[in-house]
Design a protein around this ligand. Structure first.
Ligand code: ZN
Length: 427
């Protein structure tokens, strides 16, 4: 692997491409500043996808836009037996559409929500397309380059799910460009997310006392859920992030709900956790409904009873569990081929790679399908991600993007010069 990258660095076309990337930094940065001002909350990426698509076409590339607004172009390789690599940055951000997207500059640091995560790296993709064109290099395997939707929270990876639903049999590896620095996320943390709703007829806190109470059921559910055992290996977590519901202090609520997040680096552990969660939710509702039946006789003495057509204790709380997120686990370790190629590539440009362990990235989807994948860092320097004070520093475009150019060429090979390092899958 090392020899391949050393050889690549001596090729005139590669040197031309690397030099171009360095010289193209200001142009790339200008495109980043334009794109970041287009709102692109997850599942609302249309406008940013439109502009990104135009930018790709302006560089002379034909584009594909799929039904969910993923945009990409295909640089056809010369060898149909060589592997195909898909490289993408995500179009969406965590910021709702009404978030002000004004750029504030302090020296070399530019503040704007979404600038580092992941708009800067859409710029990297555009720069890579220009580098391929300007260098005239001929890859052996095909390279798919683009921008995808739905990486952040509510997107639930719907962009990747759609792409791989249609193309899993055409791709041998995937690189998500997400973040700045030397970090590489080589595995996928899985997550299951639910909205749990409790509903009942509701009533007066005094007059209908004895009626099962949705909020009490929710409290029982939280208490049980909060007491689940911790599993440290593989790392497994659970949390209730939002609770909602109720009418007034003197009402038995008709409805309440909660949002539940569960994650694990192990598929079995995530499935086990999910099973236990569902069991505890049902148990909580059953307990709330049973609790009032036990006191039925006592409650019949309620002096305010009489305007209900049934005894309150028979008016049950019902529960529904709706899945709102499903990110599959992707198991892969740093000794996987794609990780070793990346490591050799980083070394060849004098950088030390740092594997960060499992994360929740676009790479989860291909990894869960057995397709080698990673989320790697691109240009610049960034901070305050997912915060309105997010910033990006206009620096390190040459190596930041250049190393990805080299990595792609190493993986798919160069016509007449190097064999692909990435193994073509049996697909
Ligand atoms: Zn991101």
């Amino acid at each position: 692997m090392k020899a391949t990258f050393e050889k690549l660095k001596t090729l005139p076309e590669v040197q031309k491409g690397m030099k171009f990337i360095e010289d193209d930094a200001q142009n790339t940065f200008d495109q980043i500043l334009e794109l970041v001002q287009i709102p692109a909350f997850s599942r609302h990426e249309e406008k940013k996808a439109d502009r990104f698509q135009e930018m790709v076409e302006t560089e002379g590339y034909k584009t594909v836009r799929d039904e969910v607004n993923n945009v990409y172009t295909i640089i056809e390789g010369s060898d149909p037996k060589a592997p195909t690599l898909y490289v993408s940055a995500h179009l969406d951000t965590v910021f709702p559409l009404d978030t002000p997207l004004n750029i504030r500059q302090e020296g070399n640091r530019y503040y704007c929500p979404g600038i580092g995560d992941d708009t800067a790296h859409l710029g990297d993709v555009l720069c890579l397309l220009r580098a391929f064109r300007e260098s005239g290099i001929k890859p052996r395997g095909s390279v798919i380059l683009g921008g995808n939707v739905g990486e952040e929270g509510l997107g639930d990876l719907y962009g990747m799910k759609n792409f791989f639903k249609n193309n899993a049999d055409k791709v041998d590896g995937f690189l998500s460009i997400d973040g700045s620095g030397e970090g590489v996320c080589e595995a996928g943390t899985g997550s299951h997310r639910y909205k749990v709703s409790f509903k009942g007829p509701g009533g007066h806190s005094n007059g209908d006392f004895g009626m099962p109470n949705p909020i009490h059921a929710l409290g029982r559910a939280i208490s049980k859920f909060a007491d689940m055992p911790a599993v440290p290996d593989p790392w497994t977590t659970f949390s209730i992030g939002v609770i909602d519901g109720g009418t007034s202090i003197n009402s038995i609520a008709m409805e309440c709900s909660m949002l539940v997040d569960m994650r694990s680096n192990g598929k079995q552990e995530l499935d086990d956790l999910d099973f236990e969660f569902q069991r505890l939710m049902r148990a909580a509702v059953d307990e709330e409904n049973a609790r009032w039946k036990r006191d039925r006789k006592l409650l019949a003495t309620n002096p305010h009873l009489g305007y209900q057509d049934r005894e309150p204790a028979d008016r049950l709380v019902e529960m529904t569990i709706e899945q709102v997120g499903d990110r599959p686990v992707g198991n892969q370790t740093p000794d996987a081929e794609i990780c070793r190629i990346a490591e050799a590539c980083y070394e060849s440009v004098g950088r030390k790679i740092s594997f960060t362990g499992a994360g929740s990235t676009d790479a989860n989807i291909p990894l869960s399908l057995g397709i080698p994948a990673m989320a790697i860092c691109g240009s610049g320097k960034e901070g305050n991600g997912h915060n309105v004070n997010e910033w990006f520093e206009f620096t390190d475009f040459g190596v930041g993007i250049g190393k990805i150019f080299l990595m792609i060429l190493g993986m798919v090979g160069v016509e007449g010069e190097t064999d692909p390092l990435l193994t073509r899958r049996d697909r």
